[in-house]
Design a protein around this ligand. Structure first.
Ligand code: MN
Length: 141
């Protein structure tokens, strides 16, 4: 993926979260992200692994153990919502939605849900309405 990004001449990479979890080598994924991504927003897996709650199952416990205290600190400090101004437009970057990292917005949302994506929420903080919203975690590409 990094080679493809370089081949396309892409110089700014924004990470939509879920850097860790669902697989091994989370520390290596964090290291690559920190080098190659201009910014990263917190995904639900960052909450699972950096959160203080008890791990759910052996896999989550093991993934947590792979991470250094510095990795945990970096995950914990990630913003849930990030606004960038690109070409004069306010671009809001989210993992899943402006509700939280867990509330998924599927393909073809209702008009109300679509409109909500651009508005400030307690999760995004007091920010102006977004012109563009970029998000992932849709699970039905
Ligand atoms: Mn996710």
């Amino acid at each position: 993926m990094l080679a493809d990004i370089a081949a396309r001449g892409i110089t700014r990479v924004i990470n939509l979260g879920d850097v860790v979890g669902k697989g091994p080598r989370g520390a290596a994924c964090i290291a690559l992200t920190r080098v190659h991504c201009e910014a990263t927003v917190r995904g639900n897996w960052e909450v699972f692994l950096a959160g203080g709650g008890e791990p759910v199952g052996d896999a989550q416990a093991w993934w947590r153990c792979e991470l250094s205290p510095d990795d945990h600190g970096w995950l914990f400090a990630l913003p849930g919502s990030l606004d960038l101004v690109l070409s004069g437009r306010r671009v809001r970057v989210l993992h899943a939605s402006p509700i939280d990292e867990f509330t998924r917005v599927h393909r073809e949302p209702s008009a109300d849900v679509f409109a909500m994506m651009f508005e400030p929420t307690p999760f995004t903080g007091v920010v102006p309405r977004a012109d563009v919203v970029v998000y992932g975690d849709i699970h039905d590409a």
